[in-house]
Design a protein around this ligand. Structure first.
Ligand code: NAD
Length: 324
């Protein structure tokens, strides 16, 4: 979850009204007329994303969720304010590939094209960690792969977009959430690999990672009762109490700005209710520790430090030689 550091003293300049108007106009340019699919869209962050897409003029939105009752209620309430057939609810479990294949087909037939996919559905339940892994990794992989298949090349020139929702990684604050944290780390790997495997220049698809900090949703409110052991609860609550919590509205607002400027492969944090900032995955050699007391580790006795991979792999099976 997010870190508890207090904001620094550096003064932030408030945007003027005309700058804000320009930003809204620019976001409308990206969102207006587009079709959006949001997993876990019935409540929490997913619901806030839906509201912002509507505000910025999205054409049609599909919210896909396992909670049928809330999903249908949202569909009906949007109908009252935005008219019929603006938001469709599809009942599906993201961790069930068959259900998701049917759901994407249905979404395509409802919206014709799918331009933006927000891969958001997730749970926090360390006691049912197999389920947590199935939804947070299995479900997100399933959604991401189907999204790549269905996102059509963008006719407007901005590229279709897949946003994978991870979390703001701060190891010390997630000490009591080992499995949840592992699943959220995995999503950064998934996003980075997909962005590299399907380069935006060739496919027109941007892959972006969103890392929200602690946000006021059912997931957070229930989290103290979802730990691996009751013994952890007191420490967990103490850690949580040191953090500030933001509203889903701020994260959704941040996502709109990210959609405007985020490049494929980029990773964005929205924390403490502030505007988004981009982070990068560091080069491991830049993270290398140096020891103060001159500890030197014994170098292994090998004649060659590395061997060409082609010498090791059976090229008749791997085809490595023919790729060279
Ligand atoms: N709340 C936070 O502090 C926070 C911080 C960082 C990241 N996140 C991530 O944001 C995402 C949304 O979380 P939230 O806080 O809005 O949670 P939430 O519990 O408020 O909403 C999650 C939504 O996903 C749906 N869902 C759950 N399992 C599903 C499944 N198997 N198939 C389809 N839908 C399913 C739920 O019914 C619900 O509508 C999650 O991936 C979460 O890990 C949350």
């Amino acid at each position: 979850m997010e870190n508890g550091n207090k904001p620094t003293n550096t003064k932030r300049r408030r945007s003027s009204a005309s700058e804000k108007a320009k930003e809204i106009e620019a976001i409308n340019g990206i969102v207006s007329g587009r079709n959006v699919l949001i997993t876990g869209g019935a409540s929490g962050l997913g619901h806030a994303f839906m509201t912002h897409f509507l505000k910025h003029g999205a054409n049609k939105i599909v919210i896909l969720d396992i909670d049928a009752e809330t999903g249908r209620r949202v569909e009906m309430s949007v109908e009252k304010s935005y008219g019929e057939k603006k938001v469709h609810f599809i009942h599906a479990d993201v961790s069930n590939y068959e259900q998701m294949t049917v759901a994407f087909e249905k979404a395509k037939s409802l919206m014709k094209d799918i331009n933006i996919v927000i891969n958001n559905a997730g749970i926090l339940d360390e006691r049912r960690w197999e389920k947590e892994i199935a939804v947070n990794i299995g479900g997100m992989v399933c959604t991401a792969l189907l999204a790549i298949k269905y996102l059509k090349e963008d006719l407007y020139g901005y590229g279709s977009t897949l946003v994978n929702v991870s979390q703001h990684i701060d190891i010390k604050c997630t000490a009591q959430l080992p499995v949840y944290t592992a699943t959220k780390h995995a999503i950064i790997g998934l996003s980075q690999s997909l962005a590299a495997t399907y380069p935006c220049e060739n496919t027109g698809i941007r892959v972006i990672t969103l890392c929200p900090g602690l946000t006021e949703t059912a997931l957070t409110v229930d989290s103290p009762n979802k730990l691996l052991s009751r013994v952890m609860k007191a420490d967990f609550v103490k850690n949580l109490e040191q953090l500030s919590i933001q509203t889903p509205y701020v994260v959704a607002q941040g996502l709109m700005s990210i959609l405007r400027i985020g490049e494929s492969g980029s990773i964005w944090v929205v924390e403490n209710g502030r505007s988004p900032y981009e982070v990068y995955v560091p080069n491991p050699s830049s993270l290398r520790r140096t020891y103060k007391n001159n500890i030197t580790l014994v170098e292994p006795k090998v004649t060659t430090r590395g061997r060409p991979i082609r010498e090791v792999c059976d090229n008749t099976r791997t085809g490595l030689m023919s790729c060279a």
